[in-house]
Ligand binder design. Structure first.
Ligand SMILES: Cc1cc2nc3c(=O)[nH]c(=O)nc-3n(C[C@H](O)[C@H](O)[C@H](O)COP(=O)(O)OP(=O)(O)OC[C@H]3O[C@@H](n4cnc5c(N)ncnc54)[C@H](O)[C@@H]3O)c2cc1C
Length: 452
């Protein structure tokens, strides 16, 4: 334990700031290799955006959450002994919404021919897209935007919109002019071979398991504690953190697992820091979400729909994962928001309710509970052409502040969303451990035991 009878022991801990999936993962890796770790979370609850809230027996993730089987996060979590337990949603019977009409969503060669969504010429373009996708050299396309690539590759408006809808559902991004098509197509290539999982009990199941592992490894977790400032010595090296209460906590190193804006604010006395630059440059991806619990579905077969001409998503997660009691239904409707959207929340909510009227007419009769999130950050870094996709994201070590490390969905070059968070968390733990071993000060470390 770091705290003994209200006073900190002489051995300085690594302070992990943020108790979301990234913070918990970094803390587990460090503590399991015998480093002294103190995790500070400003909210009373752990989990950050991976929290699941419970209402009348329904488990509400914060908007629709799915984890890709076999991707980086799945692999690292499984290696840590975390059960990633859920079901694979079925694509059969999925719908496309175009000009407020419902069509069969084409996922296979047969459905491309049978759907009424496309003209014959559009069908040929879509077939060509799927048959050539695997052979595209995505590394050559990192500087090309989704919009430019779509315009030059496809002739027809509906095909272009269909491909952009595919981009949105795979990456959450609705910024075709900004996004690197190389990164996006690589993600789609992987996605076509690896399905997503909706998790039983919601993403909280990951949070609880990581919390248990952290406690078992000796991490001290303090929630309801906000860090306000990272203190440094004259050489600029991290010496501790200051809490919002004014309390000073000494630290051998710190890992910030929060947004770039929060990371930058923690060293606000260094306005020229790389953190300040990243917090200005990175473009977040935001979504509006309507999370709905029903006693039953009016249209039992309508389990998934994707907007083609509008950036909409609809999915009944309880059809796949245990998220609702008995016959109850937990579904998510979402709008992929463009960057810097200044949309009227009332209008967005009406839009999402309108989508639900279309796919589940009469749903209000069966309503148990609904929650609207007008604008929530899904990830803090759009993979832009300017950054060459994920390659230009900040690394885990802050170059101009010794002893300061980062993890989150905007850090490191591996993966998007949870994959980036978990991959960077593991890497941040590894580099922090290395720093402690090589550091010139008294550190709470034993030799590093994390494999890369
Ligand atoms: C609507 C929505 C849908 C999503 N869907 C998917 C999906 O389908 N697939 C996918 O892979 N990902 C998805 N994501 C993204 C995924 O939830 C996040 O990438 C992941 O949970 C990020 O975890 P994190 O720990 O990096 O950040 P967060 O979860 O944001 O954790 C940061 C933590 O830091 C704490 N904190 C902040 N400031 C301080 C401070 N000063 N002191 C102490 N603590 C502080 C915060 O309270 C928070 O708990 C979705 C996100 C949203 C919002």
């Amino acid at each position: 334990m770091v705290m003994t009878n209200g006073t900190f022991s002489a051995v300085k801990p690594v302070v992990v700031i943020g108790g979301g999936l990234a913070g918990l993962t970094a803390a587990v890796f460090l503590a399991q290799s015998n480093h002294n770790v103190l995790l500070l979370e400003r909210s009373p609850n752990l989990g950050g955006r991976a929290q699941t809230q419970h209402k009348e027996g329904f488990s509400f993730n914060l908007g629709p959450h799915a984890i890709r089987h076999g991707d980086v996060a799945y692999t690292i979590l499984s290696e840590m002994g975390v059960q990633v337990d859920g079901g694979f949603p079925s694509v059969s019977g999925s719908l496309a919404v175009n000009r407020n009409r419902l069509f069969q969503l084409p996922f296979s060669p047969v459905s491309i021919f049978t759907t009424g969504l496309f003209s014959l010429a559009e069908k040929m373009e879509v077939i060509r897209f799927f048959t050539t996708l695997e052979s595209i050299d995505t590394a050559q396309l990192l500087d090309t935007s989704v919009q430019d690539w779509v315009n030059r590759t496809f002739q027809h408006e509906t095909t272009r919109n269909f491909v952009k809808a595919f981009v949105r559902v795979t990456t959450y991004g609705n910024a075709p002019e900004l996004m690197s098509v190389g990164t996006v197509l690589a993600q789609i290539q992987f996605a076509l071979k690896h399905q997503v999982l909706y998790l039983h009990g919601g993403w909280e199941s990951l949070v609880r398991q990581l919390e248990q592992k952290a406690l078992a490894a000796g991490v001290e977790i303090r929630s309801g504690v906000q860090v306000r400032h990272i203190t440094r010595d004259e050489a600029g090296q991290v010496t501790g953190v200051q809490l919002a209460t004014g309390e000073a906590v000494p630290a051998a190193a710190a890992i910030v697992c929060a947004s770039p804006q929060i990371a930058s604010s923690l060293v606000a006395d260094k306005p020229d820091s790389s953190l300040a630059r990243w917090s200005r440059q990175l473009v977040p991806i935001n979504a509006a979400c309507l999370d709905v619990a029903l006693t039953r579905l009016p249209e039992a077969k309508h389990l998934f729909a994707l907007g083609i001409d509008q950036p909409w998503y609809y999915s009944v997660h309880s059809a796949t994962a245990r998220l609702a009691p008995g016959e109850g239904v937990l579904l998510h409707v979402a709008k992929y928001l463009p960057p810097q959207a200044a949309e009227d929340p009332k209008q967005v909510r009406a839009e999402l309710e309108g989508l639900l009227d279309l796919v589940q007419p009469g749903w209000r009769e069966f309503l148990v509970h609904q929650r609207f999130l007008p604008e929530i950050p899904v990830t803090h870094a759009t993979p832009t052409t300017e950054m060459r996709g994920t390659l230009g994201r900040p690394g885990v070590a802050v170059p101009d502040i010794a002893g300061l490390f980062l993890a989150g969905d905007w850090v490191g070059s591996r993966g998007l969303l949870i994959d980036a968070s978990i991959a960077s968390a593991k890497e941040a733990a590894l580099q922090t451990a290395r720093f402690l071993v090589n550091g010139s000060f008294q550190a709470a470390s034993k030799p590093m035991a994390i494999s890369a």
